[in-house]
Design a protein around this ligand. Structure first.
Ligand SMILES: Cc1ncc(COP(=O)(O)O)c(C=O)c1O
Length: 428
């Protein structure tokens, strides 16, 4: 009982604040928490603002205020045509994605961050008790909305190459048999996933696409780290196999590759797009036009020039973090990312509780990471391949996601060695 004179919706009683959002409040020197981009092209971004401002002033002085007024105004719900066109061309050229041959830009939808696209697609496709299959672990920004919106989330084990298609297929069959329904959605992050930093090889991507086609279910492919690839070859997106735009919802974002200006861009199958667009119309009407204008300039003129420098910074940071972990952590395993923002570490000591350790040891010593427990659903089921069975959701508490994206190599080296020392003391 509270002394509020009113009541809240049921979800407020069991959905907590996002662990990542909660941890963002701590301002500690050794910051390995949220996936904040640290190698932003700030000079370029500042120049874009200046150029855009000057352009507007010139138009206003000439007595043509129409475009500046439009830039500061409400825009169409699916986004401004100029940005959709620029991004459509980029997705076709760089990633081999097939879009409508006459009006490719109409296949692109702009959202307020890809987070809004994730929320809206669950909201659009999932009724209470519908089933979603995803990886174990998975991005918490997908898991929480899925649980909040009533989905039954089933997690499927992963390895160092990310999602394992055979397990997904087995899990689909077990769902049909035991729950009497097929999953509505398979959610994966194939390029340097959050939280593990693993990447699916081409064969797995194609296999997962074929499974979705065969079982008539949709893949939600989250390509948040698609452009943040600093080592090895790029595999095609799963979306590239979906030449008829039928089975894959492909979500991308400017947050990691440009700046955190809350713009995501997606390719949805047409009917999905229609419904997501309706949803967005009620969620926030439209995403800010002026930000779309800025990004249009960035993607047309600058990204290929400035992104390689950021990637080199992330590569060095990942390398320094990996080395410091290898040299100082107690027995355990870690991932070796070829892109993205994260290393995932798992202690060999199954009783280790990374959340407790964060509160009691890491934070008091000015270090922050995200305990792995945050990346498993609050409730749901896990598919166990050895037993070919669904069991109550399994969580690995002895894990942590350590982000190298924000801090400098010096901070990473010092902070990770300090964390290693503390872990060794606690675990040996
Ligand atoms: C895998 C993944 N998807 C989606 C998002 C949401 O990104 P945004 O809303 O900034 O586009 C994030 C953010 O960290 C992410 O890691």
């Amino acid at each position: 009982m509270t002394d509020e004179p009113y009541e809240f919706a049921t979800w407020t009683s069991f959905i907590p604040e996002s662990e990542i959002r909660r941890l963002l409040k701590y301002n500690v020197p050794y910051y390995f928490g949220g996936g904040k981009p640290g190698a932003l092209p700030i000079e370029t971004l500042a120049q874009i603002l200046i150029d855009l401002g000057n352009e507007q002033l010139a138009e206003i002085k000439k007595g043509n205020p129409e475009r500046p007024i439009d830039d500061w105004n409400y825009g169409a719900t699916p986004g401004k045509a100029f940005l959709r066109k620029t991004l459509a061309e980029r997705l076709m050229d760089k990633d081999g994605i097939t879009l409508d041959s006459e009006h490719p830009e109409e296949d692109i939808m702009i959202t307020t961050g890809s987070q809004q696209a994730l929320y809206a697609i669950i909201d659009t496709c999932i009724d209470k008790d519908d089933v979603i299959l995803t990886t174990s672990p998975a991005y918490l920004g997908f898991l929480m909305p899925a649980v909040k919106l009533g989905a039954r989330v089933i997690t499927v084990p992963t390895d160092l190459q990310g999602a394992i298609p055979e397990y997904f297929e087995e899990a689909i069959k077990v769902c049909k048999r035991e729950l009497g329904k097929k999953p509505e959605m398979l959610y994966v992050v194939p390029d340097s996933d959050n939280p593990k930093g693993t990447t699916m090889p081409k064969k797995r991507r194609e296999a997962l696409f074929n499974i979705a086609m065969e079982h008539k279910t949709m893949i939600v492919e989250d390509g948040a780290y698609r452009e943040i690839q600093f080592k090895g070859q790029q595999e095609p997106p799963i979306k590239a196999f979906d030449t008829e735009n039928k089975y894959v919802a492909y979500l991308r974002t400017s947050s990691k590759e440009a700046a955190v200006v809350r713009i995501g861009y997606s390719v949805f199958p047409p009917r999905v797009r229609e419904h997501v667009n309706t949803d967005k119309g009620y969620l926030d009407l439209a995403s800010p036009t002026i930000v779309q204008r800025m990004l249009d300039i960035y993607y047309r003129k600058y990204i290929d020039q400035v992104l390689p420098k950021s990637l080199e910074t992330y590569r060095k940071r990942a390398e320094v973090m990996g080395k410091a972990i290898d040299e100082t952590f107690p027995p355990g395993h870690r991932t070796d990312p070829t892109g993205g923002f994260f290393i995932w570490w798992e202690s060999d000591d199954k009783d280790f509780d990374a959340r407790e350790f964060l509160e009691q040891m890491a934070l008091p010593n000015d270090i922050i990471y995200v305990p792995g427990v945050a990346f498993y659903p609050l409730m749901g089921l896990s598919y166990l391949p050895d037993r070919k069975q669904l069991v109550p959701v399994e969580r690995a508490l002895n894990t942590m996601r350590i982000s190298y994206s924000y801090s400098t190599t010096e901070i990473i080296d010092k902070g990770i060695r300090k964390l290693g020392g503390l872990l060794k003391k606690a675990l040996t």
